[in-house]
Ligand binder design. Structure first.
Ligand SMILES: Cc1cc2nc3c(=O)[nH]c(=O)nc-3n(C[C@H](O)[C@H](O)[C@H](O)COP(=O)(O)OP(=O)(O)OC[C@H]3O[C@@H](n4cnc5c(N)ncnc54)[C@H](O)[C@@H]3O)c2cc1C
Length: 399
């Protein structure tokens, strides 16, 4: 016999977006479950640098762009969450660095961009007095200026643990090839039918949310949606492991016309406690066409040029490619804020940045509250743990 389960909302994808939504929706009283096809966080979320941006990066042309405006309130919002004083209790999530810095070298354009960026966010960005430099920059043998930004850095593994930990019994693993969407007589998606060779059952819901990052494309296709479109931006990320590496958190602003930092560094630890420098920015964007050896060579050379006082002899370099997945609006533009599109009873959602995830949840909850969806106490998904396994949290690339 085919069993049938029901709930108000089914969320697909267990990155930051899906997990945040699951927590917010359940707090609002909705019955909701999350289905993850692999491991929680295994897409962009664990691969992200964990920077909670305050906007400077998006103001390097001297003007407060839409993106810089939208994002400038986010550090305060996340800090309230970390203190357990907001709509999401993130107590237990580790902060890797309370501060993020920007280092401009002596190049003219670089200085100009940095200056204009800090002017346009005046009051939120300050030049650091050399006497107050973090130890790493006190050793600098090249001329430069250090600025302190309102940004800070989270440990995304602990963020996933906090968010998943509160909802263990509502999160399941379901391989993407083992289900199909069913439609009702109004042609709305009404259920997913699961058949994995051993068991057959269905899960009915009133709303479906696709927050599966890169996987949204396949879901949009499988559900037969017409309006949601995604785009991918590939990156070639380098990480450097070294027992003696200091912890460094900085954007290095380059002497080119690009508005992307030449290098964006965050520092992490692997399972053995070895420091890991994780390198993004222009290096990752321009490295997409490079093979492993060439990308590592480029990273070594850039680090040597930026920090000639550092010795990278006892370090191990590695790299991997990953796609950023975002909505595609107006012919390949990417949204400046978190983005979701509603088609019938399905939401397709991308936070655009980890930083903007709280805004994504606000948008979806607002739309649900004006729709006719009221939480149904009769939803019945308790027995799902008998037929679906739990989804585990993924590990970082350097582990
Ligand atoms: C290298 C890198 C660095 C970044 N650094 C930052 C940063 O410092 N600050 C910042 O704000 N943002 C950063 N970002 C962006 C940020 O990581 C993403 O915007 C955010 O993590 C997206 O979260 P998500 O939950 O939408 O997607 P993801 O984290 O990609 O999660 C999607 C999940 O859906 C699952 N899935 C896929 N298909 C299916 C399916 N059919 N059914 C069920 N589940 C499915 C996947 O397995 C995955 O677990 C960075 C991104 C990258 C790639």
């Amino acid at each position: 016999m085919t069993s049938s389960y029901s709930t108000n909302i089914v969320i697909f994808g267990g990155g930051i977006a899906g997990l945040w939504l699951l927590n917010r929706l359940r707090d609002e009283g909705y019955q909701a479950i999350l289905l993850e096809s692999e491991q929680l966080g295994c897409g962009q979320t664990l691969a992200s640098q964990g920077i909670i941006h305050g906007g400077l990066k998006y103001a390097l042309n001297g003007a407060l762009s839409g993106a810089a405006n939208v994002i400038s309130d986010m550090p305060a919002r996340w800090r309230a969450c970390l203190a357990g004083e907001s709509d999401m209790d993130l107590r237990g999530c580790r902060v890797l660095s309370e501060h993020y810095y920007m280092w401009s070298d002596s190049g003219f354009r670089s200085k100009l961009k940095t200056f204009l960026g800090s002017k346009s966010l005046s009051g939120r960005v300050s030049a650091v007095d050399e006497k107050q430099y973090p130890d790493f920059f006190k050793l600098a043998t090249v001329e430069g200026t250090l600025y302190k930004l309102p940004d800070f850095v989270l440990d995304t593994a602990s963020l996933l643990q906090v968010l998943a930990g509160k909802q263990r019994e509502h999160i399941f693993r379901l391989a993407s090839e083992s289900y199909s969407f069913e439609r009702d007589d109004k042609n709305q998606v009404s259920a997913i039918a699961i058949a994995d060779g051993k068991k057959e059952f269905s899960i009915e819901a009133q709303r479906f949310i696709f927050s599966a990052g890169k996987g949204n494309k396949q879901l949009i296709n499988d559900a037969g949606l017409e309006n949601a479109k995604s785009q991918l931006r590939p990156l070639n990320m380098v990480y450097v492991k070294g027992k003696n590496l200091p912890k460094v958190f900085v954007h290095c602003i380059g002497d080119s016309f690009s508005l992307t930092p030449k290098l964006t560094i965050t520092s992490h630890e692997d399972v053995d406690g070895t420091t890991v420098w994780y390198l993004g920015g222009e290096l990752a964007e321009s490295g997409v066409a490079k093979d492993r050896e060439s990308q590592i060579k480029a990273a070594r050379s850039l680090l040597h040029n930026l920090f000639p006082w550092m010795d990278f002899e006892e370090t191990e370099f590695n790299c991997f490619t990953i796609d950023r997945a975002e909505a595609n609006i107006n012919n390949n533009y990417r949204p400046e804020d978190a983005f979701c599109i509603e088609e019938s009873n399905v939401f397709v959602a991308w936070p655009t940045k980890l930083t903007l995830t709280p805004n994504l949840a606000d948008k979806i909850i607002e739309r649900l509250s004006v729709s006719n969806l009221t939480p149904t106490p009769t939803a019945n998904h308790r027995g799902l743990s008998d037929v679906l396994e739990a989804a585990e949290i993924a590990t970082s690339r350097w582990d």
